[in-house]
Design a protein around this ligand. Sequence first.
Ligand code: 48H
Length: 262
Amino acid sequence: MLDDIKSVDETLITRTIIQKAAEDWVKFSECDVIVVGAGPAGLTASIYLARSGLKTLVLERRLSFGGGIGGGGMGLHKLVIEQPADEILREVGCRLEMVEDGVYVVDTAAMIAKLSTGAIDSGAKIILGITVDDVIFRSSPIKIFGVVVQWTSVIMSGLHVDPLPIRSKAVIDCTGHDAEVLSVISRKIPELNIMIPGEKSMWADMAERSTVEKTGEVCPGLYAAGMAVAALYQTPRMGPLFGGMLLSGRKVAELLIKKIKS
Ligand code: 48H
């Protein structure tokens, strides 16, 4: 059995990783859509974007998928999903248990696994450990043309290392409560007059509807989905009811597919 294990030269490991990672970065240095954040909204958006044939890059600061899914409700490994968002989870093969008509409960680990597999199988490229630090813009009229990225580990180290730009036709802020991309432009492009007041207190029904309703373009080239929408428009939070996150991700993908492909 031990004889069956293929021996691999150490430098082949190094060369392969550097070469293949560089190939990805070169290929995706220009893409159709950059999704910032691999939480429920970002993963759902990337499933539909990539499935439609758009070159989709998902950049996630952490070394794991799922954003707030893993935390469930107060650390308990379950989330509640309401219709019609259940159809998104069914499409990726995620098992749901009905609680009452139109209301379901899902295991957080299953939801993370199925959404991320769905995104990868649709053709989205997900790169972990990358923080979006800034955007590329042009003025008159103002338009966002991509993002500026840095290794999360470099940011954590506090070293002064200049980041790299990546161009895209559209950027989606799916960074959750902190709406990080929107926060950057509110500081660095004051002409846009964008402020991020943060979400309102909890009102689950209203929160789900307003998040989905307000999902969309924030300024030319920049879109918001998921909790970033609630942070931008100061609409209520919904706690561990996650249907709105999935529907918001699907809505932003549909808007962009229509826009980019028309
Ligand atoms: C790269 C980044 C950056 C950055 C952050 O927090 P998320 O799960 O966001 P959503 O909007 O998909 O889902 C929100 C949901 O999880 C939630 O918190 C809800 C429903 N709360 C309700 C309530 O009442 O509290 O995922 C965002 C992802 C995370 O994985 C971050 O690590 C990542 O984005 N991220 N990635 N560059 N600058 N900032």
